[in-house]
Write a protein that binds this ligand. Structure first.
Ligand code: VNL
Length: 182
């Protein structure tokens, strides 16, 4: 990975997000990745032996860390920030950024700050009461390479979380012939 997570954070914060109706999908393969309604963790697990999580940030964030469009979707600026790099067989595949209002963490059953090195998809999607909405997509150019990102709001027991996923250059979304083995 030739950029730091804080550089990717800036890129994500400046992205122009589009709805799935507005977004031009380069192929059916790309569409399947970006539109995945279940857990991206599970989809990535089908492409490698070991999926590992590097937790880069696990802290209450400052208002300056949140883009206006993010606080709008969460209706709150007092958020917990978790930033991770997901590796498939030791290759960095994805930067994950998750924001959750602190109030929701205190009131609800799910506490993002306790997630540790377990991929979010393994716990959050294991919960019965989850729903996803506000899916948005973008393409950003990093060092001349167009990279895909998506974000969506996930509700766990009525508490929202905003999940942003940036696919790094070696992610399987860019390999047209990658397919599922299961
Ligand atoms: C995590 C895992 C986050 C997989 C993700 O997107 C993801 C995490 C925000 O463990 O924080 O796709």
């Amino acid at each position: 990975m030739n950029k730091s997570v804080s550089e990717y954070r800036k890129i994500i914060n400046q992205a122009q997000w589009q709805t799935p109706e507005q977004f031009q999908f380069a192929s059916e393969h790309v569409k399947q990745w970006l539109m995945e309604q279940g857990s991206l963790t599970h989809k990535l697990l089908q492409q490698c032996q070991n999926l590992t999580v590097d937790v880069v940030t696990n802290a209450q964030c400052q208002i300056a860390d949140i883009a206006p469009s993010e606080s709008e979707l969460l209706e709150d600026t007092h958020c917990w920030l978790r930033e991770v790099v997901l590796h498939g067989d030791s290759v960095p595949w994805l930067v994950g950024r998750t924001l959750m209002p602190v109030l929701g963490m205190e009131m609800g059953n799910y506490n993002l700050s306790h997630q540790g090195n377990t991929p979010l998809g393994e716990t959050v999607f294991a919960s019965q009461n989850t729903a996803r909405d506000a899916l948005e997509l973008t393409q950003v150019t990093v060092d001349g390479m167009p990279l895909y990102a998506r974000r969506s709001r996930i509700w766990v027991d009525q508490t929202p979380m905003l999940v942003t996923e940036l696919f790094l250059p070696d992610a399987p979304i860019y390999i047209a012939e990658s397919h599922e083995w299961s």
